[in-house]
Design a binder for this molecule. Sequence first.
Ligand code: AMP
Ligand code: ZN
Length: 324
Amino acid sequence: MKIYNTLTQKKEEFVPIEPGKVRMYVCGPTVYNFAHIGNARPAIVFDAFRMYLEYLGYQVNYVTNFTDVDDKIIKRANEEGVSSNEISERYIKEFLTDMEALNIKEASTHPRATQEIDGMIEMIDTLIKKGYAYEKNGTVYFKTRSFKEYGKLSKKKIDDLEAGARIAVSEEKEDPMDFVLWKPKKEGEPSWPSPWSDGRPGWHIECSVMSKKYLGEQIDIHAGGEDLVFPHHENEIAQSEAANGKEFARYWMHNAFLNIDNKKMSKSEGLLFTIREICEQYDPQVMRFFMLTSHYRSPLNFSKELMEAAKSSLTRIITAEGQL
Ligand code: AMP
Ligand code: ZN
């Protein structure tokens, strides 16, 4: 079996680290609202891929996280006058309800960022000790230039990136390309104690830590939507490889985006549907089938006509199966 690897930009024969076993990590949603149909695409395509690996006889350790601490969650909590935890718990529950409706197999482990803070503090500490990170007034930054292979996944050159980058007045970075590993709390934000400040982790560190804890320092496949290639996955590679001193993931898989009526999804323009509202109009299996009608690395357009076509095709398959 060959997999297109974003890292090498080639289709490569899949050879797992441990024969017969696959360690796979898929970046999960930030839980501040009902998931939209774009979020359903990686969930469905990587579930179908996992099923295929299992069909081939592999034992798949499938880890996908919940980002349950984030600016958007805090904003929503403040708007509703409830805790961030209440918002994330609510939407984790709703997400799992959607996943079940879409017939998506439960992950082997479904970790939550807020329950992995100790591991994040430990990895940040290692990065500081190894000279890859530094602290300034309670904020810890990753020293991007210290990781010599930075840009290897997204094929971006650090000097080109730097030309467009600016340091905001509020930041105390040594270099515009440095990114946050830990930040001090602001009024009304959830926080945890750390050696640097009472605060919370940056987004990227959570996946490096959860992947290491549940799958080990080296994994076979890391996946997510193509918007995650840069900076999220590039930063994960820098953190994990700097901290662990070995290659992080062997194969990187990224799904292309789902658009609506050939336009980028946008809430303000009314071009955003939740999984829940579409599943009220169609059997969830139609949505699953629809998502698998195009190659996962090709953009996919969502429209009422295309969903109707998917519904007819699926009905024909189910009817034919019934006649066998
Ligand atoms: P988020 O909660 O925004 O981090 O997204 C969760 C997952 O959904 C990530 O893998 C994203 O890359 C993916 N995703 C978000 N929007 C879309 C979209 N329109 N089409 C396909 N994948 C998407
Ligand atoms: Zn991630």
